[in-house]
Design a protein around this ligand. Structure first.
Ligand code: GTP
Ligand code: MG
Length: 219
């Protein structure tokens, strides 16, 4: 199965990833977004799983390929391949377990080490429905996001709160960067054509790496 299978019915195909500690609710956020399903008794993810969803942004069809990674430590050896080519990430913690918030430093470090320089990162505090067992205040999430220049949202996969918003915010930002990039590529191509006379230049759009990320929702 070649990549054309996925490309024929969409204008853009983006790889994005879900990361964060085990049991913060990554798989349920994805099943909520992709299939509108929630499972109280879901099993830890083994390795990596995928889901796709097509989204219309302006007049373009964007296919988001979302990699759902295992949060458990014993799967971390294959990390760098998760990040390769990913343009967006949902970095998830559990508002009822402080340790998952503390571990965000480690995840951010990994994202910056292996991820694309312009990767769009949305910080997500999940399980906002569990008001009585909350251990992380919304303000803590907000200030970390501000400090690290990330988008931020609290969600509940269970009650379907902000799930759609979190994914759409990430995908829309990736789209904006990519379309800006292809515009610049086109302009470059035009310039080159003018400089080099009538000779055709075929310009291959690289991974999004040179464009500057626009400032985020909390800024
Ligand atoms: P790994 O695959 O091990 O990395 O875990 P994960 O981050 O994919 O967690 P998963 O989605 O499997 O959810 C773990 C547990 O949390 C499950 O029992 C879910 O039902 C529960 N859960 C997930 N999201 C929510 C939520 O928004 N609210 C509540 N109350 N429970 C949730
Ligand atoms: Mg999982």
């Amino acid at each position: 199965m070649g990549s054309s299978f996925f490309e024929e019915d969409c204008d853009y195909l983006f790889k994005t990833v879900l990361i964060g500690d085990s049991a913060v609710g990554k798989s349920n956020l994805l099943s909520r977004f992709a299939k509108d399903e929630f499972h109280l008794d879901s099993k830890p993810t083994i390795g990596v799983e995928f889901a796709y969803r097509n989204i219309k942004i302006r007049d373009k069809i964007v296919k988001a390929q979302i990699w759902d990674t295992a949060g458990q430590e014993r799967f971390r050896a294959i990390t760098s391949s998760y990040y390769r080519g990913a343009l967006g990430a949902l970095l998830v913690y559990d508002v009822t377990r402080r340790v998952t918030f503390e571990n965000l430093r480690k995840w951010l470090h990994e994202l910056r080490e292996y991820g694309n320089r312009d990767m769009v990162i949305v910080l997500v505090g999940n399980k906002s429905d569990l008001v009585d067992s909350r251990e992380v205040k919304i303000e803590d999430g907000q200030s970390l996001a501000q400090l690290e220049d990330l988008c931020f949202m609290e969600t509940s996969a269970k009650d379907n709160l902000n799930v759609e918003d979190a994914f759409l915010q990430m995908i829309t930002k990736v789209f904006e960067i990519a379309s800006q990039k292809s515009l610049e590529a086109k302009e470059n191509e035009e310039t080159k054509k003018v400089i080099e006379g009538k000779k055709e230049i075929i310009y291959v759009v690289d991974e999004v790496s040179a464009t500057k990320q626009t400032s985020c929702c909390n800024g």
